[in-house]
Structures are given as structure tokens and as C-alpha cells.
Design a protein around this ligand. Structure first.
Ligand code: PRP
Length: 223
């Protein structure tokens, strides 16, 4: 029996499509469903629906044998898991952004305020650049922070760029690129080698090619 942790939210729909193509259908499971545990009939597999930032924890501690999660989450968290497969969907970038016209650092005080859901990625980046920062951890709607004067910069995901544009923000620098990844618990890979190898190879054969992306764009105004 394999247990797989899936990220709820934007990655769920393309993840379910990939699983269906790979032969792991789970009736009743859709992006709208409220249940958190599903069986895959005929497959000896259980699917768990968890917050993206919790997927590495489920996998690292062995509550799930494998998981599907964005590289952004893996870069933010220091987790001890295998990452055997880039699934190539959910393509986006982790970028620094600022209000249009405020991109230049000379207009800012020596220590800049950075609002982000990714405090570790942001801190590492600005340390590397030698720029002193105060990191303000937020849990969502990051683009609002510069608009209301809470921060000079944000570090956030950019997919289509529409949310930045809707708030008169401009991308200053791309820190990293992200796509959905398959991660695997180290002990499970030994104990359930055959089942996991088959799962990985079925996903590999169905993962979209480099040029395709399966996330849909949309624009959201926050104020
Ligand atoms: C993500 C991200 C940006 C937006 C980028 O937010 O944090 O806000 O998507 O997408 P775009 O470039 O296509 O406009 P999400 O929808 O996950 O919501 P959140 O801000 O509440 O985390």
C-alpha cells in the first residue's frame, strides 16, 4: 500500500490529471472535494490532500511514502527527502518585486523591508546580495504589502505576472524557477522499492514535456 500526499490549491487539478493519465484514478476526488483521504480502487494506494507547505513534512516523517509539491516549497524548507522527478507542470518563478518607479535601491533607506511567504529564500537571497533586510512574514496576498507601505519589496511567486501588474508592481529579479516535483521518503524507497519504482516510472512517462505548462493564468486585485 502506497500513501501519496498531494498539494491542495493550484497544483491539485494538474496533479489529478497527471495521476489519471498514469492510471491512478480516484472517483470523487476533485479540486472542489472537501474530504482529505481518498482510495485509488484497484491500485492499493491512498491519496492525502494537504497544504502544500505540509507535503514535505508528511513525506519526511513517513506519514506519506511520496508527495507532489512545488519546488518553491522545497527551496523554502530544509527537508530530508528524495526528489526523483521534475513533473514540469506548475511552472512559475520566485521573484523580487517592487512598486513601479521604486525599483532603484538608492531611493530606499539602508535596511529595506521585504514581505514574503518565503522568509528563508528571501533572507538567503538578500544576504547573498549583501543587502540588509527586515523580513516580514505574510501568509498570502503578498502584493498588497508595498501598496499599503508595509514593505519596500516583496518576494513571491510570479506565474503570469497579472497579479503584479494589477498592483502596479514590477519584477526586479528572478531568484529561482519552480515546477511541481515528486518527492519520496527515504525509508519507503527501500521498504516499498517495487511499488514506488512503478509509481515513479508511470508518472515519468506521463509528465508533460518541457514546453508545456498546465497552470492557468488569472488576475486578482487585492485592493
Ligand atoms: C500566487 C502568488 C501570487 C500569484 C501569482 O498567489 O503568491 O500572488 O499567485 O500569479 P500570477 O503571476 O499568475 O498573477 P495565490 O493565488 O497562491 O494566493 P495567495 O497570495 O493567497 O498565496
Amino acid at each position: 500500500m502506497l500513501t501519496i500526499a498531494l498539494s491542495k490549491g493550484k497544483l491539485l487539478e494538474p496533479t489529478l490529471k497527471l495521476l489519471r493519465r498514469a492510471g491512478y484514478a480516484s472517483p470523487g476526488l476533485s479540486a472542489e472535494s472537501r474530504r482529505l483521504v481518498y482510495a485509488c480502487p484497484g491500485r492499493d494506494m491512498t491519496l492525502l490532500i494537504v497544504r502544500p507547505s505540509d507535503v514535505p513534512t508528511y513525506v519526511e516523517y513517513g506519514a506519506a511514502d511520496a508527495g507532489i509539491v512545488g519546488k518553491d516549497v522545497l527551496l523554502e524548507q530544509d527537508c530530508d527527502v528524495y526528489e526523483p522527478l521534475d513533473l514540469r507542470f506548475g511552472a512559475c518563478r520566485i521573484s523580487v518585486a517592487a512598486l513601479r518607479g521604486r525599483e532603484s535601491r538608492t531611493r530606499l533607506s539602508s535596511k529595506i523591508r521585504v514581505a514574503t511567504k518565503y522568509p528563508n529564500i528571501a533572507e538567503r537571497y538578500f544576504n547573498r546580495m549583501g543587502i540588509p533586510v527586515e523580513i516580514i512574514k505574510l501568509y498570502g496576498s503578498i502584493e498588497l504589502a508595498p501598496v499599503v507601505g508595509l514593505a519596500d519589496r516583496i518576494v513571491d511567486l510570479v506565474e503570469t505576472g497579472k497579479t503584479l501588474k494589477a498592483h502596479d508592481l514590477t519584477e526586479v529579479e528572478v531568484i529561482a524557477r519552480s515546477t511541481a516535483r515528486l518527492i519520496v521518503n527515504r525509508a519507503s524507497l527501500k521498504m516499498k522499492h517495487e511499488a514506488l519504482t512503478e509509481f515513479i516510472s508511470r508518472l515519468r512517462s506521463q509528465a508533460p514535456s518541457n514546453s508545456q505548462t498546465m497552470r492557468s493564468g488569472r488576475s486578482r486585485r487585492l485592493c
